[in-house]
Design a binder for this molecule. Structure first.
Ligand SMILES: CC(C)(COP(=O)(O)OP(=O)(O)OC[C@H]1O[C@@H](n2cnc3c(N)ncnc32)[C@H](O)[C@@H]1OP(=O)(O)O)[C@@H](O)C(=O)NCCC(=O)NCCS
Length: 167
């Protein structure tokens, strides 16, 4: 089966939640511990300024990449945080790479100049994915927050997005 990558719509929310909730349950990627419902993520699909991309295989969602605001200050308007999750049974097939390439293009189209994320140091898959896409490691926040009561470090990564007006 071939993988298709496209902009997500509100109808994709149930499929996205299945993949996201696997990631939350696996405890490898996020401080979140509560599973999400389609209603919880309905706001993801309300603005093209915050692109969400899905990967599908035979009409089933096998991964997604989403963006959220970096901060509320106007000076940070062109920075996005991103998240990416691939279905447990669909990993190591190049899906995350396809999603990120599409997300970066959509973020550029939306006028963004930088994309960033915070990753657990133990999350080799995500760190390697980012490295392979030209992200740089900014640094490590020590004991940044608690997951299941345990203090965890996070590595911040960033990548500039080429903008035609900047050459
Ligand atoms: C991180 C994740 C999104 C990667 O998805 P994927 O579809 O398996 O990744 P791809 O097959 O596109 O791999 C792209 C690159 O990522 C890196 N990579 C992916 N999985 C890896 C692993 N298990 N170990 C080391 N590197 C890995 C490699 O550089 C790989 O390139 P290569 O195949 O040419 O070596 C997936 O493991 C996942 O969903 N993890 C849980 C959620 C998560 O950690 N999200 C990131 C934080 S928001």
């Amino acid at each position: 089966m071939s993988i298709e990558v496209r902009t997500a719509t509100a109808d994709d929310a149930p499929g996205i939640c299945i993949v996201y909730n696997q990631g939350i349950a696996d405890r490898v990627a996020t401080f979140e511990t509560d599973p999400r419902s389609p209603e919880d993520i309905a706001h993801w699909f309300t603005s093209p300024e915050y692109p969400v991309i899905v990967a599908t295989e035979a009409d089933r969602i096998v991964g997604f990449a989403s963006t959220s605001p970096y901060g509320s200050r106007a000076c940070y308007a062109g920075i996005r945080e991103f998240s990416i999750y691939v279905h447990r049974q669909a990993k190591r097939r190049g899906i995350a790479r396809k999603l990120m390439v599409s997300l970066l293009a959509a973020a550029e189209k939306a006028g963004c100049w930088k994309i960033t994320s915070r990753i657990f140091p133990e999350n080799t898959a995500s760190l390697e994915l980012c490295k392979s896409l030209g992200f740089r490691v900014v640094g490590t926040h020590l004991r940044h927050a608690r997951l299941d009561g345990e203090w965890r470090d996070v590595v911040t990564v960033e990548r500039s997005i080429a903008r035609p007006d900047e050459g």
